[in-house]
Design a protein around this ligand. Structure first.
Ligand SMILES: NC(=O)c1ccc[n+]([C@@H]2O[C@H](COP(=O)([O-])OP(=O)(O)OC[C@H]3O[C@@H](n4cnc5c(N)ncnc54)[C@H](OP(=O)(O)O)[C@@H]3O)[C@@H](O)[C@H]2O)c1
Length: 263
């Protein structure tokens, strides 16, 4: 079933805003005539049928759901009265209370999509305030399913935490791939080959994870129990503090988020 609500995306000309709009249209989740997109400049993506405007007041009038896809420091410049409407924010670090104060509505959803929205593979956690109706939650779910996978969380903090986890998109697998390339090259493998091999490994693993109900812990246990060369590698990485290094990365992201959160 496609989305019946009219959706307006403030910042619909930006990287994430346009990816969400394109995902919603290309998946058939919304008729483009129900979409209104805004930006300050004339930069825009071509979405036939969608309405473009520079006027956010006009966007709000034409929409039942308003998506805020501006950068956090641009939010104070978005002066809208969305009374009686649902506002869905993708901004990292801006609290539901601050969004409610700035938009005149209590129906707020906070979400953290990631860069894979561009290929409709974003895992998107979202939190809804108590005022958000079941019907509006369904709209949010449909919108983020169009971008990949939608996951409602019960506590606002989970969205802040996920900014440093799932919001990082390809960054952590890229770091792993880079480390694999560096070691392979240090052992004399040609750089181009090493890069192809590392990318192929990460891409293949991603497809395996996407293809079904795969539990990462089961894969690690199975390999360790097999006691082969993969087990030797995994054990050395674990003994070298792999889990600790990952935890300290996530803690650094949370600490950085705390410095930018606008309560
Ligand atoms: N990129 C990611 O992977 C990612 C992941 C998770 C969350 N987010 C969040 O997504 C939000 C957008 O990020 P982005 O990467 O898409 O940034 P972006 O490409 O800079 O997009 C922001 C857009 O907002 C527009 N804008 C600014 N003020 C406006 C206003 N008053 N009215 C209408 N449009 C306005 C800008 O258009 P003009 O240039 O025309 O002013 C710009 O195109 C951020 O809050 C970020 O925290 C991003």
């Amino acid at each position: 079933m496609s989305i019946e609500a009219r959706i307006g995306i403030i910042g619909g000309n930006g990287w994430l805003g346009s990816a969400i709009a394109q995902a919603a249209v290309s998946s058939g989740s919304i008729d483009p005539t129900r979409l209104t997109l805004s930006g300050r400049s004339d930069r825009r993506v071509d979405i036939p049928g969608a309405k473009w405007t520079h006027d956010n007041k006009n966007l709000v009038e034409r929409s039942d759901v308003v998506v805020l896809s501006v950068r956090p420091d641009q939010f104070p410049g978005v002066l809208i009265d969305a009374r009686g409407k649902l506002v869905v924010s993708v901004m990292a670090g801006v609290s539901a209370q601050t969004i409610a104060d700035g938009t005149n509505t209590h129906e707020i959803v906070r979400s953290i999509p990631n860069a894979a929205a561009a290929i409709r593979r974003s895992f998107t956690p979202w939190f809804a305030t108590a005022s958000v109706s079941a019907e509006n939650k369904r709209v949010v779910h449909q919108l983020f399913e169009a971008c990949g996978e939608s996951a409602e969380v019960p506590i606002e903090f989970h969205v802040d935490y996920c900014a440093g986890m799932t919001g990082t998109g390809a960054a952590f697998p890229a770091l792993l791939a880079e480390a694999l390339v560096a070691h392979a090259v240090s052992q004399g493998l040609p750089p181009d080959f090493a890069k192809r091999a590392a990318k192929g490994l990460v891409a293949g693993a991603s497809q395996l994870f996407a293809s079904g109900d795969v539990d990462p812990a089961d894969i690690v246990k199975e390999m360790i129990d097999y006691r082969g060369l993969t087990a030797a590698a995994l054990q050395a990485m674990l003994d070298g503090g792999f889990n600790h290094v990952v935890a300290s990365g996530l803690e650094a992201a949370a600490a950085k988020a705390a410095t930018i959160i606008r309560n």
